[in-house]
Design a protein around this ligand. Sequence first.
Ligand SMILES: Nc1ncnc2c1ncn2[C@@H]1O[C@H](COP(=O)(O)OP(=O)(O)O)[C@@H](O)[C@H]1O
Ligand SMILES: [Mg+2]
Length: 289
Amino acid sequence: MIDTARQLMVPAIDLDYFVLNEDRTVLERFEKMSGKHPVNILITGNQGCGKSSLVSQFASIYDRPMATFQVGLLSEAGEFFGQQRLKGGETFYKEFLFPKAIQTPGCVIHLEEINRSESPHALNELFSILSESRCIWIDELGFVQVAPRVIFFATMNEGDGFTGADTLDAALKDRFYRIHLEYLPLEVEKEVLIRKTGIDEIQAKQILNIIGRIRNNEKAELNISIRHSLMIAELVSLGSTLKEALIYGLQISRDALESLLLAVHVETSEHELKPGAGTYVPYLPDSQL
Ligand SMILES: Nc1ncnc2c1ncn2[C@@H]1O[C@H](COP(=O)(O)OP(=O)(O)O)[C@@H](O)[C@H]1O
Ligand SMILES: [Mg+2]
């Protein structure tokens, strides 16, 4: 199994990450709850809508170490904890980061793409770990008990374009609170593009005018995430024309872009971005708001 974590560090804060105010509030409640009993949170939403960032932002705000595990890469049971290895003709048990992380008080454990595991057996151990007992027997390690205040976050891509091919096992899903993330309202995404890439208001509006239309157009069949809009904005900030940035950012050909722009009736005139529903706020500690 591959640990993407820089071993158990508190992640750096992203000063330009925005969250729905209600989600910010409920996360504060989950954090309090985690002092009393185990809490598991499932974050769902389209690819690139900010799920992973939300988890690390949470860890950063509450000053908790975090470790991320790519569940999608697991193929059999046991792979979370460690592996038998061979050295100088002798076998030995190599313990992985996972048991260390779950035994670290207050650690945020991010299970990335929990619905993408290659084999359902790979998730077997998670059942015990995510249950109220928070305890598991591993032959090589003995009883492994989850430390106090540890929070499990699982993320999975589940949005409009979701095919249902990798639905999460119902019994496993049952153990989580769930926060569903939508794409940011364009007005807020504009703010993010400006803050993160340094483009100006007019450029941001032009980019999002087109992206907003493509997102709303079913025929376009293109899922444009915030990750993509940021990539496009960054190219524009470095001098690309909007069309060039779209071609490289959306991975489409010049011709495909032209027909796409025709299909979504992009006029060159300026377009007001709709504010969208809900109040979004920077997700920062109270002291920095
Ligand atoms: N709400 C947001 N505010 C600011 N930036 C965001 C937001 N959501 C996503 N991003 C940015 O978009 C990119 C993709 O986000 P990520 O969390 O990796 O998405 P996911 O895990 O859902 O695929 C990151 O660079 C992230 O900082
Ligand atoms: Mg992610």
